[in-house]
Design a protein around this ligand. Structure first.
Ligand SMILES: C[S@@+](CC[C@H](N)C(=O)[O-])C[C@H]1O[C@@H](n2cnc3c(N)ncnc32)[C@H](O)[C@@H]1O
Length: 268
């Protein structure tokens, strides 16, 4: 609520990181006012938190760009993980709880600490969380190996772009992986998704951040960016909706897309 309010009032914001979307001009605050409303105080407090978040985000980007080969591992080693919600993503939990996800085998590429992997794992759905970082995998295993549903998921350390699974998947769920990779890798991302899914499998993309900022990660995304790489692979959106359950700072910048391959197109 507060963010969308600010969004409208203060036009020159920059979207800089996963959780701290707005950086305000100092002039956005009343300089000479002695009495600040509690709302204004609240904004000042959260400004401090935002600055800290922005510093982490800047350090994260420096680390990623400083070592394109091992940048993710270094970020995990140094705790530079500004995207990590430390809880399941509300909308995927909601889909799981309302039985609105395909059953069978699911893949979560770039799963981080794996909250979403565990959230959707069940006797009806075996979930593979794939991660390039050994630190992330270790952390995910430490957090979740004694979960009551631990028989229904696994964490694997592998590069999404070169991994060779032994079995195909009924569902691939991508959240904050598409926006984390270099935009030049997006065609390869779509090609791997096609390789990993069964012909009638479903891809669910929680598209974020829908914005017009420059640079990354996270790199900006749009529905058209997904269509550009998925259409040539024969995928069509079966639904695209705003994510009403996005967490506060991401509200208004997420859409949930569900994609399937059209049998006709994939035979072309
Ligand atoms: C922005 S984080 C998102 C993590 C998780 N999806 C979340 O929302 O918390 C992107 C993750 O992708 C992982 N990653 C980056 N490149 C990868 C690759 N080629 N294969 C597998 N994982 C990769 C990183 O280590 C990082 O944990």
């Amino acid at each position: 609520m507060m963010l969308s309010f600010c969004h409208r009032l203060i036009p020159n914001y920059v979207c800089v990181c996963f959780n701290q979307p707005l950086r305000f001009r100092a002039s956005g605050f009343p300089r000479n006012s002695l009495k600040l409303s509690s709302r204004q105080l609240g904004m000042q407090k959260s400004e401090g938190a935002k600055r800290l978040g922005n510093q982490t985000s800047d350090k994260f980007k420096e680390t990623i760009h400083g070592d394109p080969e091992g940048g993710w591992e270094k970020c995990w080693e140094q705790g530079l993980t500004p995207w990590d919600l430390k809880q399941p993503t509300p909308v995927i939990l909601h889909l799981q709880q309302t039985d609105a996800l395909p059953r069978g085998r699911a893949l979560v590429p770039g799963c981080g600490t794996g909250y979403d992997v565990v959230a959707i794992a069940s006797p009806d759905r075996y979930v593979v969380g794939l991660e390039i970082s050994s630190h992330a995998v270790k952390k995910a295993k430490e957090l979740f190996s004694s979960s009551p549903n631990a028989n229904y998921f696994t964490f694997l350390m592998a590069d999404f772009f070169t991994w060779k699974p032994t079995e195909l998947f009924d569902l691939v769920y991508d959240y904050t992986f598409f926006c984390a990779i270099e935009p030049s890798m997006r065609p390869a991302w779509a090609s791997r998704i096609q390789d990993y899914l069964k012909p009638d499998g479903e891809l669910i993309t929680l598209m974020f951040p829908i914005s017009d900022h420059v640079g990354g990660p996270p790199y900006k995304v749009s529905v058209a960016d997904y269509e550009e790489v998925l259409h040539p692979m024969g995928f069509k959106a079966i639904s695209i909706v705003d994510n009403e359950l996005a967490i506060g700072p991401r509200k208004g910048r997420e859409k949930l897309g569900r994609w399937k391959r059209s049998p006709k197109l994939s035979m072309l």
